[in-house]
Design a protein around this ligand. Sequence first.
Ligand code: TRP
Length: 463
Amino acid sequence: MSDNNSNSTIERSSFTNKIGFVLAAAGSAVGLGNLWRFPYCVAKYGGGMFLLIYVILGLTFGFSLMVAEIAIGRKTRLSAIGAFDKLKPGYSFIGVIASLVPIIITPYYCVIGGWVLKFLWSYITMPTNIVASTNEAGLTIFEQLITAPAEPLVWFLIFMCFNILIIAIGVEKGIEKFSKILMPILVALILIVAIYSCTLPNAIKGIQYYLIPRSEEFSINTILSAMSQLFYSLSLAMGIMITYGSYMKKDCNIETSVWQIEIFDTVIAFLAGLAIIPAVFSCGTPDDLKAGPSLMFIILPRLFNTMEAGRIIAIIFFFLVFFAALTSSISLYETCVSIFQDRFKQKRIPSIVFTLLICIVIGSLASLGYGPLSMITFFGMQFLDLFDFISNSILMPIVAFLTCIFIGYIIKPKVLIEEVESSNGNFRLKGLFTIVIKYIAPVLILIILVASILQNMGIIPTI
Ligand code: TRP
């Protein structure tokens, strides 16, 4: 993906047809963000209110920012750091901050990939009632896993090995092709599980919680978490879409592609929520709503345990989630590698090794943060939550803010509107695009960022 790697000439023209671009971008967008992160954010930050804010932000912020990033990439034919510099010399620092995000996300993404592998393995070797049970101390398999002295580290390293192996033997493209077959199966399976979950006793309460916004659930944290989830899930505000845009053909319609990617990504996240939230009300306790990162791993085993063919479905399900996680983590890993190649003018192999070292250090902290390292917390967060918070709730909003200011006031929206129109003829929503980029997004992001930092430091009360 880098500008100076040996494949660049082949890769720059690799999206030969229009749907190819959408599939590749959607493939990068769909992953653990949709399946694991979205459901727990909905559960934790206000159910229907979160969903409503998420959709509104998606239609405005998400749309405008994705159009902007793809247009920047296609116009400059460069990835983030070089692209900002080419549009206005001296502004590559925005690309540099954006590049920090994948470097923080990749390691902890692999830690969660390791959790998924552990559940896949558990279902292969154990019946569903055992996976859903608790030990003498009342701990679920998931809690036993993350508090164990070394086990999460081992699963994380196994997951990393898959990444390295695929990258080292250079079969990413093959894996991507495979994922195009497996992704639709994953969607179908989530749909089946969602329908099943909605028919459980008491599920209706969960469906109401999920779909009906209640004003008492509204807070600054709901907006901040919805915004950071949106960026994470659409792979925005981290330079990725700029890189994808740089490979996009001139005759490809940016506006329609963005809608397609957004709809695809949101529908999958929505279905994952529909599979998990109603099950919380049926097989869990209200406390589980606040479970955070562990939600999927606590609720799904209970759900599978109530199913007729639960074990087979669980094995297929976790295999597909593993695959979705693997394709995303490989593309995250490759992003880090190309950042080091571009930024430090390194060769490919040293960059791969350097990325690996960073992943092992940050990933080890994240994987052991709930167990042996649980005494170390920052503002009440363990390592994994901390890394997630820094990248998603601080860095990504900052990058989004700077990108908006850059487009709105430095290069002016007109430059990108022209880029969009060079293939479209007409950019239908250019009015919305301009207003969001110039006024709404920067003001809102600034208010939310400042409020959330002050709240987290206890300086102003939570609203
Ligand atoms: N959007 C991905 C998901 O929902 C995660 C992700 C963030 C990602 N940045 C990325 C994937 C870069 C690939 C490349 O899981």
